[in-house]
Design a protein around this ligand. Sequence first.
Ligand SMILES: [Fe+2]
Ligand SMILES: [Fe+2]
Length: 294
Amino acid sequence: MTNVMTYPAVRRLNFGFGEQSAGSRYFADGSIVFSHLVAILSAIFPPGEDIFVRSVRRYSGQLADPELAKRVAGFIGQEKTHGRQHRELNEQLAAMGYPTAWFEYLLQSTERMEKFLDKQYPSPDRLPRLRHFFLGFTVAAEHFTAVWAENILKRPAVQAMMYDAEIRNLLNWHALEELEHKSVAFDVYRAVGVPESTRIRWMRFAQNCGIPILVLFSWLSIATTDVEGRRQPFRVLKETVQMLRNPMWKGFYSDMRPFKKRDFHPDQIDTAELVAHWQQELFGAEGQLAGHVK
Ligand SMILES: [Fe+2]
Ligand SMILES: [Fe+2]
């Protein structure tokens, strides 16, 4: 199949969060645990995506290939827009009682340090290991989110779990764009010659610790903010097991494996047909989000 879109397209959308009254608190499959997990993901996306943008932008002056520079511009535009829209949703989630501000604050902690170092050492030759560290994190996280995005878009069972239509719309749009730009950070990584071992080490960490950290954060979120959850520890335990068996994670670990090979490239996983289908489904003439485009 031919590539449907060469450059990641930046779409400005209006989801109307905060304009209507929020729906049920447990908007994800009616599950306390799954709803807290989705809220945490939404909370950490904006600061996480800011890290991705800074990591890639740091190398933008070194890119000899103008095509790649254009794709980087699209990548940055998409990630910035995701952050903005998730922040709007996070305000709604905070009004529903989720501690989104705390989780955003936690991940934002690197921002001040990164900005200080970028100002002190603007030359791309300074602190190469630290620059590689952040780019390696970004590349591994982009693979993590691309696998997630593929699972969200190709599994009707995951779609059916999103009870709130507007949250489902936001996640589908975000997932589509994650697939559209899945190889951009990776191509920057290769273009600037970061050792393969850095991204592979990050993936080992993400694979071993990603899901346990998310489960711990979900429990922490419930323990500190959710009276109903605190009163029902057995329900929380049962829903944690159900959440781990959720089709969203199906094949997750096996999909992480190819990334650890030295000759891996994200385009080796063919998602072109899925992307073309969802571009039409969301943004075609009769698309579900055609009315959301500003
Ligand atoms: Fe994103
Ligand atoms: Fe991304």
